[in-house]
Structure formats: C-alpha cells, structure tokens
Write a protein that binds this ligand. Structure first.
Ligand code: SAH
Ligand code: SF4
Length: 390
C-alpha cells in the first residue's frame, strides 16, 4: 500500500504524532534522525504494548535517544471531552481531534470480553435515512492515528496496559461500527487495522476485528485481500426498491452486486469466515414475513455462508421510522431460523446514553440542532441547517 503522511495533522508545535504511523513511515522518520530500523520495534513496544505516552519513561532507550524522540515526536491521544457510563456498563466517550472535530467511541462490555466500537469518519456521507450519524452535515475522514487513538483512549480508561494476551483481554474486539462508512476511508482504516493486528502493535487477531459496511462495493475485495477481517454488511432490505429508498448507496451498487462482492470476500478471506448480514427492522417498511422469506432466498441463491443480526430500529429524535413490536421481530427471526440461519435479535446497549447503533453523532452537531429546534419552536424562521463555520 502506498505510504503517505498527507493525512497526518502535525501537532501545533510541528512535532509528529507517532500513533497511527505505519511501521514503514516510522522507520523512515527514525532514519531521518539517523536511527536504525530496529528502533521501530522498540518504540512500538512502548507505545502499543506498554501504553506509554512519555518518552522520558521509555527506560530501555538511552537518554540521548529519548530526548531526541521527545524533540521530534509526540505520543498523543484524542482529547476526552465527555465520558458517559450507561446503567448496563456501556461506556461512551466524546473525543475531540486536533482540529476541533468530534467523534464518539463506545465500549460494549460482555462477561469476559468487550468490543470497542470505533468511528472512521466525522459524520457520514452515505445519508441512510434511518441513521442519526448520516444526518450530520459536517464530514471528514479520520486519520489512521485518530482511528487507533480511539482504541488507545479506551485502553487507558480501563487501565489495560501492558497488553494482556488475546484470551485475557477485556477490550478484546474492535468493531468498525461507529460514525462513518469505513470503506469510504479505506486507506486510513486499513493502516489503522494493520497496527491493531500487528503482533508487535496492538496484537489483536483478525478474528476479533469486524468491519461493518453499508455496501461500498469497490473497496470490499481489497479489504478481503489486505486485511481478511470479519465483515458485516448492512443489508436492511430484501429488494432494491426498499433499499434504494432507505440507503442511497444502493442506487449505485444494488443488492445483486453487493452479494456478489460478499461471495468474493468470503472466497478471498476464507470460506470459514461467515459474513454477518445486519438487518434493521423498520416498522411497516421491511419487517414483513414475505421480506424474511425473500431474504432467505437472496442469501441462499448467492450461496454465502452468512448469519443474520437483527437490529430493531433504534429511534432518535425526529427519526422518520418506528420500531416494530417484539412479536413482529420474533416472527421475522423465526423464518430465518427455520431456514437454518442464526438470527439473534440484538438488544440495544447503552440506550440511556444514546450509544446504540446508528445513534452516534458529535455533541457540537447535537447542540446546533437543538438550538435550531428551539428557534423553530419560538417561531423564528431558520429552515436551513447549515454547518457552522469553525
Ligand atoms: N457505516 C457502516 C458502519 C456504521 S453503522 C454501516 O452502515 O454498516 C453500524 C450499524 O448501525 C449499521 O448496520 C447501521 O445500519 C446500523 N444503524 C444505523 N442507524 C441505526 C438505527 N437507528 N437503529 C439501528 N441500527 C442502526
Ligand atoms: Fe453512514 Fe452507516 Fe449511518 Fe449509513 S448507517 S449513514 S453508512 S454510518
């Protein structure tokens, strides 16, 4: 993959943040300072295994080197703006980036493990109609450092340093299911996940990393080849008419092309790699038993090893859809299960802190919208919601 520093925002003082630099980039920057390639491994160990952010405490490095590193580099974290804890243990951070943009990161704990749900963009350009993130107007790609940085914040928060073994970690999984469409920011996502999976980086196995996509087909096959991580596909409809209406991306890459890319993904990443088909249930839109039967037909015909994840719609203020009754959701699941598919119904986590799927938005956007609503309620004409200049 082409290595580039274009996307890395320099620190205000001109020093470069080492978090998120690929091995090759870091080795090259160290060579500029006259250091040998083996220093990369040493530095990565301190940064990603020990979680150290202060060069002066990297005691296996000589003092002159520590000073040289501190003069040229930083080991940064996104700034924690708020941290919220849900009654069910879910923890959510609002994080500020160096340019003031904000994203949300969520940790969803389970018995003996936990997934960190990471954002890949500020906002999202895909404008799926059911998704709160997709209604956010301010959008930019995150850098690899900002993506890895979210995971580092979660690790700091739980004090999970030095890195425990794969089996004993609490923060055991990464899911690219936060704000943004990961395959629309492929280069940065791939660079970040290579650090997450590198045995000398965060050392997480590829079985524990899941990328969720709305179906940006052009980058699916390269993701299978480069990363081979688990894939979740947001299908959400059993036919193109409905999918076109709720997910504009479908007009470009319809269901047939998406499922064919899934088939290829599985062939490249390994047949045992099941693909998760995510399916939001929207009352009266895509939740009929005929939809369930059509889904079975689609997946069976496409010959994909798949399991379903049924997500009853998570409402957000002003959303144009409703959540079906639990009975309707169970009847839908039963059709899939009778056809031999796993089809668990996902209960939303962290609902009390708006941390569930599709609800993530930056606080600045929320404040702007609530000001806009208050103005409307007060009868002040202001029908366009435009991004504020920063
Ligand atoms: N952009 C990627 C990943 C982020 S969204 C994607 O779309 O797959 C993560 C998941 O949350 C997706 O399956 C998405 O469709 C789902 N989601 C979005 N809004 C939702 C809502 N209001 N209720 C339930 N799930 C939602
Ligand atoms: Fe973007 Fe995913 Fe939300 Fe669609 S569901 S708008 S792709 S974050």
């Amino acid at each position: 993959m082409e290595e580039s520093l274009e996307n890395v925002p320099p620190m205000g003082d001109g020093r470069l943040d080492v978090i998120g630099l690929s091995r090759a980039e870091l080795t090259a920057r160290l060579a500029d300072l006259g250091e040998k390639p083996f220093r990369t491994k040493q530095l990565w160990h301190w940064i990603y295994h020990q979680g150290e952010t202060d060069f002066s405490r990297m005691t296996t490095l000589g003092k002159p080197l520590r000073e040289k590193l501190a003069a040229h580099f930083t080991v940064s974290r996104p700034k924690i703006i708020t941290e919220q804890n849900s009654t069910d243990g879910t923890r959510k951070w609002l994080l500020g980036m160096v340019d003031g943009n904000q994203v949300e990161t969520v940790h969803i704990p389970e018995e003996d493990r936990g997934a960190v749900c990471v954002s890949t963009q500020v906002g999202c350009t895909m404008t799926c109609r059911f998704c709160h993130t997709g209604t956010q107007r301010l959008v930019r790609d995150l850098t690899a450092g900002e993506i890895v940085g979210q995971f580092m914040v979660a690790r700091d928060s739980y004090g999970e340093w030095p890195t425990p073994t794969d089996e004993t970690r609490h923060l055991s999984n990464v899911v690219l299911m936060g704000m943004g469409e990961p395959l629309m920011n492929y280069e940065a996502v791939a660079q970040a996940m290579k650090i997450v999976m590198d045995p000398e980086g965060i050392a997480m196995s590829k079985r524990r990393v899941t990328l969720s996509t709305s179906g940006y087909v052009p980058n699916m096959r390269r993701c299978a080849t480069d990363l081979g991580i688990k894939l979740a596909v947001s299908l959400h409809a059993s036919n193109d008419d409905v999918r076109d209406a709720i997910m504009p991306i479908n007009r470009k890459y319809p269901i047939r092309e998406l499922l064919s890319a899934c088939k290829d993904y599985q062939r490249i990443a390994g047949q045992r790699q099941y693909i998760t088909i995510e399916y939001i249930l929207l009352k009266g839109i895509n939740d009929s038993l005929a939809d369930a039967r059509e889904l079975v037909r689609l997946i069976t015909t496409a010959d994909i090893g798949a399991k379903f994840n049924l997500i009853p719609f998570n409402p957000w203020p002003g959303a144009p859809y409703e959540t079906p009754s639990i009975k309707a959701v169970q009847a839908f699941a039963a059709v899939l299960m009778e056809a031999g598919f796993a089809a668990p119904i996902r209960t939303p986590r962290g609902r009390d802190i708006l941390a569930a799927c599709g609800q993530l938005r930056s606080a600045s956007e929320r404040e702007r919208l609530s000001r806009h609503k208050a103005r409307l309620a007060a009868g002040i004409e202001d029908s366009h919601v435009l991004p504020e200049k920063s």
